[in-house]
Every structure is written in C-alpha cells, then in structure tokens.
Design a protein around this ligand. Structure first.
Ligand SMILES: Nc1ncnc2c1ncn2[C@@H]1O[C@H](COP(=O)(O)OP(=O)(O)OP(=O)(O)O)[C@@H](O)[C@H]1O
Ligand SMILES: [Mg+2]
Length: 556
C-alpha cells in the first residue's frame, strides 16, 4: 500500500511540473500494474465529437491489440470499455471467450490471451466523460475489493491529469490568440499609413512616366520605382488582410460552385506531378465571404501544399457541413458554436512538427529559403477567414501530410452568383464634376490631379463639413462624390447620405484601404456600393470613376 501512496505522489508531482500527458498516463498504468502480478492495464481517452475511444496509455498490452481497438466507437455491446463509456458505469467481463460484448474482438483478445477485462469510466468533476480505465488478466476472473480500490485511485489520477492538460492547452490557445491580436493590430496600423504613402509614390511615378517620351533615359528608372511600389502595395495588402482591416465585399456563396471555377487555375498552379481532386459534399450550406478573398485563401493553401510536395503527391479539397459544439469551442477561444461549412485542404506532403505548427500563422514566419517565401501566405489566410467570422485549424505530422480546415459560418441564404466584375469601360476620361473629399492632403492633391488630367472638373474638400459647404456653394451639377470612407468627425457614409438629400442623382465612390469600425464594415458589405481600395493607382482610379458614373452619363 505504501508503494501505491508513494507512486501517487510522484505522479502528482510530475503533473504539477507540466509533464507531457502521455508520460503521466503511462506512469499511472505502470503504478497500478506494479501492485499485482499478471495484471495489465490501459487508459482510453474519449473523443466526444467522434464518440470513439483511443489509447492514452497501454504500455504492457500487445501493440497489435492496441492498434485494432484504437478509434473504435462506444456502444452498449462494444467490449468492456466501449460499453462502460456508453453506460457510464463499470462493466466487468469475467471471461472474454463467452461474453456477448466481446464478439467483435473475441478472436483478437484470445489470440493475445486476454481473458478478463474490467473497465471503469473516468469523469470530470462536472460529470463529463473523459475516458476509461481497464484492467486485464490472462485468466477468467472477477475483481477483488482491493483491485476496485486501485481502479478508484487510477481513475482519480487520470481525471486530474486530463483536466490539467486541457487547461494548459486552453491557456496556450488563449495566449496564442492574444499574440495574434496584438501583432495584427500593429500590422494593420502600419499598413494603413503605408497605403497613403504608396498611393502618392505610385501615382506621381505614373504621372512623371506618362509625361516622358519612351526614349527618355529616366523612363526606365521611374518604371523601377513604380514596380517596387506596386510590390510594396502587395505586401501592404497582405498585412492589412492579416490585421483583419481589409475592405471586404462579401457575397453569399456556395463553395461547391465557387471551387470548380478556380479549378483550372489551381491545376496550373500545382503542375502535373500533383493529383488534385475536389470532393464536394451534397447539400452544402451557403457562406458569406468576399469571392476575391476566398480565392486568395484557397490559392495560398494550395501553393503551400504544392511546395510541401516537391516530388508530387495528392491534394484534396473537400467541402462539408459541420456543427461545432461546445466541446470544440471550449478548446478554441473566440469561436461561436453553431453550423459551419468546412473546406478541408489535404496534402500528402512533408508535414510539420509541433514547433512549426505553432508559428505558421505569424506574419513573416517561413521555413522556406530566403527569396522563396515571405511568410505572409497563412497570415493572410488567417486574417481573411477571421474577418469573415470563420476560423482555420491545422492538423499535421512530420512526414504525415497536412490538412488545413477552414470553417466559415453557414448562412441560410440563397447564393448570389452574379459575376463580380462588370466589364471594364473603354474610356478613362470624362468631363463631369467630381467632389473629392479626403483628409490626407497628399492623397487628395494627387487624386484631384489625376482626375483633372483626365478631363474632369474637380472640387476639393478636406473633410465632411467642408464638403457640405462646397456643395452648397456650387450651383451646377455634381455627378460624383469621391470620398474617403474613414475620416475624423464625419465619415464618408454620413457625408454621402447628407449630400444626397439635396443631390439625389449624385453617384458615390468610396475610397478606403482600411476598416475597423463596424458601422463602416456594414457599408463595405453592401455590394450595391462602389469602392476603390488603397493604394490608389491612376489607372484603377480612372477606371472605377468611369464605371461608377456609367458610360452614358449625361454631360454636366
Ligand atoms: N501544407 C503545408 N505542408 C507543410 N508545411 C506547410 C504547409 N503550409 C504551410 N507550411 C509551413 O508554414 C510556413 C508558413 O507558410 P506561409 O504560407 O505563411 O508562408 P510561406 O509559404 O513560407 O511564404 P509565402 O506564402 O508568403 O510565399 C511555411 O514556410 C511552411 O513551413
Ligand atoms: Mg505560402
């Protein structure tokens, strides 16, 4: 009895030191086994979502036996452990060679000379099923009173170990979520300021470049500046995505229809050595997501999978309806329980170890050689999916392939499948009057300069109040209000609403690279409104302006 007491203390000490769960569970099994000659024990852990049992520790049971039992479903006739889990009470099988519960595993058990098996469920203090503790003997027999006491000790120790393990895991998840939140805020803020600067750099470079003759030696230099700035704009866009500060324009989508549209492009991306297959679920729910952003998510995951399979392999994109219950959300802070659509991207590539897995969503984390990866792919995925109310999880083992599970909340709406991009208008010029409202002076000057060069009449205001005043003083028609969405005091949306009371036929084009305001996010969610994302380039600006005004708009 003393050795049992001593052993318990040692195990509790290891638990307190944060020893790995598998090690502690094995020590518990070994401690109990050391109490009696010929006794073999095992701890099975319960998977609430799958309703199955899996070995947490069984150091003395034959490996083949353990493999066969692993992952089996619980049920009234599922051996000793499956039945104990099902009925939530001990199940004592004195002789596996005759007991009906053992029919499916009888041959297996007898081959390994396992004749008696007594199993007891393990509960949390709240009564949730955590697993089972089993004792085996090679002879048919029933437990003695002292053996029942050992079982009580074992289930108690196991329950403490599992609960503390879960708590540590939850704390780690929370810490991770907080760190992502902080880094995201920083990235989003930096990207916002960068966008304004880049708008200015790109646009003036374009203006200078356009005014030079093709033979001018400066032309190539200016083009280099412009190219570098575009590249910086691309990075900024990814940082904004990570910071969940993008202007999203969600649509109601059916993934089963959206994915085949990308299929051709994805096949080209992965090349011929990788077998790409789509496995759509039937009757898939609809989701609400920006189609362009969804494409980004899928592309990033597919490119990563390709990079993980340099010798080829297979890549599967599978869709599924899934309900995330409280058992799942308890382990994943920040996710609401409910109905989701899951996109699983599975590759047969090199996989990842735990250390890599823990950091993949951080911006600039990459294991690729310099110049091969920026480490922004998965941060972008994480940002886009989080901003869309969803969640990404990864399952991966070194050498065992990888699955990224992307969950989008299911909305019960009919998919809106209209093509997202209207055909580009041919002309980029016009002579209508445009009121430009932008608090960032350099950006305002630039936008106005580009518009004037294209023939437009431009009125400039640096904030909403000034915009209202200028509109009042302007007797003629104002065809378009081009306003920054996020401005101090009066935001772009409010300004547009007030101006449209006196100018009902005035069109509105919002400019923004950034949202962190729910009211404004609702504005950007409205697919009927026109948006221009920063950084602004002269081409994109003129095209969007023409598009918003319409090709046939009346002259001033
Ligand atoms: N399917 C996968 N299999 C194995 N490792 C992966 C997989 N996907 C991502 N990783 C690991 O995660 C790291 C980060 O991925 P992420 O997409 O963020 O950046 P990257 O691919 O390295 O660079 P970028 O996407 O910016 O070009 C990768 O460098 C790689 O180590
Ligand atoms: Mg990548």
């Amino acid at each position: 009895m003393d050795s049992l007491f001593e052993g318990q203390w040692q195990i509790l000490q290891r638990v307190a030191q944060g020893a790995p769960q598998a090690e502690v569970l094995t020590s518990i099994v070994r401690l109990i086994e050391s109490q009696s000659e010929g006794m073999l024990c095992s701890i099975l852990l319960f998977d609430a979502r799958r309703q199955t049992l899996e070995h947490g520790a069984a150091p003395s049971l034959p490996a083949e036996y353990v493999r066969e039992i692993d992952g089996s479903a619980i049920g009234p006739e599922a051996g000793s452990c499956g039945a104990a889990a099902h009925f939530r009470r001990p199940v004592i099988v004195e002789d596996t060679s005759v007991h009906p519960n053992w029919a499916p595993w009888r041959e297996l058990a007898l081959r390994h000379k396992l004749r008696a098996c007594w199993s007891t469920p393990i509960f949390s203090p709240e009564g949730a099923l955590l697993g089972t503790f089993a004792m085996y003997y090679r002879q048919a027999r029933r437990p003695t009173d002292v053996e029942k006491k050992w079982v009580a000790t074992a289930t108690h120790l196991t329950s403490i170990t599992i609960l503390l393990g879960k708590q540590a895991e939850l704390q780690e998840q929370l810490r991770q979520a907080q760190r992502m939140e902080a880094v995201g805020k920083l990235a989003g803020g930096v990207a916002h300021d960068f966008n304004n600067l880049l708008s200015v750099i790109i646009s003036y470079a374009s203006i200078i470049s356009d005014s030079l003759t093709p033979a001018d030696p400066l032309k190539a230099d200016i083009e280099e500046i412009r190219r570098a700035a575009y590249r910086a704009g691309e990075l900024t866009r990814q940082l904004l995505a990570f910071g969940r500060k993008q202007v999203l324009q969600p649509r109601v989508l059916d993934l089963n229809r959206a994915l085949p549209r990308l299929e051709k492009m994805l096949r080209r991306l992965v090349g011929e050595d990788i077998v790409l297959s789509l496995r759509p679920a039937s009757a898939l729910g609809t989701i609400q997501v920006d189609p362009g952003q969804l494409e980004q998510v899928v592309m990033n995951l597919v490119v990563n999978a390709r990079d993980a399979m340099p010798q080829g392999g297979s890549l599967t994109l599978q869709t599924e309806n899934i309900v995330l219950d409280e058992a799942y959300t308890a382990l994943h802070p920040g996710i609401a329980a409910g109905r989701y659509v899951r996109l699983a991207v599975t590759d047969t590539g090199q996989g990842m170890d735990a250390e890599t897995r823990a950091r993949i969503f951080e911006p600039f984390f990459t294991t690729k050689e310099p110049g091969k990866g920026t480490g922004l792919g998965l941060s972008t995925v994480w940002g886009i999916v989080s901003q869309s109310g969803g969640h990404v999880a990864v399952q991966s083992q070194p050498g065992g392939g990888t699955t990224f599970n992307v969950y989008f909340p299911c909305v019960s709406l009919v998919a809106d499948d209209t093509p997202s991009e209207p055909p580009a208008p041919t002309s980029l010029t016009g002579d209508e009057t445009i009121l430009v409202v932008e608090d960032e002076e350099q950006v305002r000057t630039l936008v106005s300069a580009v518009l004037r060069r294209a023939g437009y009449q431009v009125l400039e205001a640096q904030n909403g109040g000034e915009g209202l005043l200028i509109s009042e003083q302007h007797a003629g028609r104002v065809a378009l209000l081009l306003t920054d969405l996020v401005m101090p005091r009066m935001n772009g949306r409010e300004l547009a609403e007030r101006l449209q009371q006196t100018r009902p036929d005035m069109r509105v084009l919002y400019v923004s690279g950034y949202t962190d305001n729910l009211a404004l996010q609702a504005t950007t969610d409205d697919a009927s409104l026109a948006f221009l994302a920063k950084p602004i380039t002269p081409q994109a600006l003129l095209r969007k302006v023409r598009e918003t005004l319409g090709p046939g708009s009346a002259p001033r």
